[in-house]
Design a protein around this ligand. Structure first.
Ligand SMILES: [Mn+2]
Length: 256
């Protein structure tokens, strides 16, 4: 699915890959002015008040590896349902929807933590998650086209386009199918020859620090690996981050 929301002009608070780091997500949102309460009466268990005029945007990979994927889902589902946030599809959601649809996927690379949590939830909630994830767009074109958001980023010729190649790049990045000695995919840095006018914001590639390259902003700062969770404020283009409370998962290359 694809979402053209050029008329939405922000301001936005774009949040990097959560991967089940619910506590850090809560702390980050509260730091930037969101009020969040647990509320048993509301559909997904939370009540959120945004700072005036602002909309949150989640870049995908909400779940897997971290300690609390279910509350991460409940919070984001609340905010999306109430039009307080937008969320796009990450590769971990792409796999989750396959699993929840009964397709044969390998339950590894963190999916085992999410499935263990979801197995303790009701069948109704699992179905709500499946439907939520199934409907996530793969790219967002916002603010008259001045801002493009995709989980793994997108080169200019894919902005506002729809095809298998666009979907693949948006979810997995510029991958060759080759893996390194740790079994991690080898990706080309597509941002190096980006010459577009639009600002592109993405997650997916965990780094020690957020990464600005030719008007593209990589904001996955490896929270689940013990790094931090980062927000990029738009149009201010200011970063706000909170440190991970612990190392939840080991990354083969990254040390924090
Ligand atoms: Mn990812």
């Amino acid at each position: 699915m694809f979402a053209m929301k050029k008329n939405l002009q922000g301001p936005f608070d774009i949040i990097g890959d959560i991967h089940g780091c619910f506590e850090e997500c809560l702390e980050l949102l509260q730091t930037i002015g969101y009020q969040i309460k647990r509320d048993e009466q509301s559909k997904y268990g939370f009540q959120v008040t945004n700072p005036p005029g602002r909309t949150a945007v989640f870049v995908g990979d909400l779940t897997d590896r971290g300690p609390n994927s279910v509350d991460s889902l409940r919070l984001v589902m609340t905010m999306v349902e109430n039009e307080q946030a937008l969320c796009i599809l990450g590769n971990h959601e792409a796999k989750l929807v396959k699993k929840l649809s009964g397709r044969n996927v390998q339950v590894k690379n963190g999916l085992e933590t999410t499935m263990a949590e979801l197995d303790r939830e009701s069948a109704t909630f699992r179905e709500e998650v499946r439907r939520f994830v199934e409907n996530l767009p793969i790219q967002l074109v916002l603010d008259d086209g001045k801002l493009v958001i995709a989980h793994a980023g997108l080169p200019e010729h894919y902005h506002g386009k729809q095809s298998k190649a666009v979907t693949s790049h948006a979810i997995y990045g510029d991958v060759s199918g080759k893996t390194d000695e740790h079994g991690l995919p080898i990706r080309r840095d597509w941002t190096l020859d980006y010459k577009g006018q639009s600002i592109v914001v993405y997650g997916h590639v965990p780094r020690q620090e957020s990464y600005l390259s030719n008007k593209t902003y990589g904001i996955d700062t490896g929270c689940v690996f013990g790094g931090k969770l980062t927000c990029l404020k738009y149009p201010e283009l200011e970063f706000v981050d909170v440190k991970a409370k612990k190392i939840y998962s080991q990354h083969a290359h990254l040390q924090f």
